[in-house]
Ligand binder design. Sequence first.
Ligand SMILES: [Zn+2]
Length: 423
Amino acid sequence: MKFLLILFPFITAIAFAQQKQSYLLQPDRVFDGTEMHEGWAVLVEGDKISSVGPKESLKASKDAQIISMPGTTLLPGLIEGHSHLLLYPYNITDWDTQVLKESDAYRTARATVHAKNTLMAGFTTVRDLGTEGAGYSDVALKRAINEGIIPGPRMIVAGRAIVSTGSYGPKGYDNDMQIMLGAEPADGNDLIRVVRDQIGKGADFIKVYADYRWGPKGEDQPSFTLDELKLINEVTRSSGRYLVCHAKSKEAMRRAILAGAETIEHGDFIDEEIAQLMKEHKVTFFPTVAAIDAIQQYRGWKKGTDEEPAAVKQKKKSLKIAVNAGVTIGVGGDVGVFPHGENVYEMELMAEYGGMKPMDLLKSVTTVNARALHMENEIGAVRSGLKADLMAVRGDPSKSISELRKVQFVMKDGVIYRDEGKK
Ligand SMILES: [Zn+2]
């Protein structure tokens, strides 16, 4: 009995220490989500950032662990704005085969590795834009991460996503066969039921394909009418959620924006008129440049040698129009089309295609993305009171965005997942 009495306070002390572990992080500089500050440090207590400022102004308690990171830049944990953790590169296995021949269980097993690679690359949050035929495996993956069973980023998920009847793939099989689709088809008033059903099964927001390549010549054409999109938006909003739209063609973008979509995904055919409409309606544009670039290379384009394919030229044109018009631009590469963990590729291409500057890209991948996810009061900045989601890289990414690949340190919710300085 005496033994127990002695032991008990000891155990609680350990539990308390784990709960309230504090760290004083000392990089060379801190990017706070808006500006770069030389000589700043960050104090973390438990799962929150408790203070940030010039090194000499921070007072750490005596039990705080000091982590000195010379030569590094500390940033908010990066946010991937458009991922598909349930997919992997199409040059390994094409999309049709992943959707039709791989079980949800197999795909989820692979996704656990994708989630880990994403987190280790410094992306502590992802907005996942649909499982593409793997049901609600994203909801299950998110749960396993939140419960600490597997390492991975904080996930905001779409679930199955919605398409109009007849538009989406896989396609080209004998009509006698019932082929499962990469998303859930619904039309007209039935959209009310489907939106509510997806929400009930765990969708954090609703993702809709406002167009698809089902025009008479295989071109992108709108799938839903304006009224259908408005109906989806109304039902989505009344549940406290928001609508995001896949849209490439001008008309689909116009309808999506007017219906109330908060983000436009892809936007290949943005012109000056659509760019203005996006600004007017405060829409965030996710250009998914990397997906186009990767797919063209999978199809045989030798980048740097061959002439640019039409799709690449069009993407450059639309991104430049959006940048010049001052449209709010987020970072989301459609990662899954290319390897998870290579998320920085999107930012490198946003610089290459659209001439975006490193500081603007850093703001996009933190502050802008956090706002697009309605999470600006939790993540996306190094500010007292926010979640302790932080990452550090060797070098200075405000000079070259590729420095973000040199990951030194990753922390999520105050827990360290990677620390190269310790090795
Ligand atoms: Zn996508």
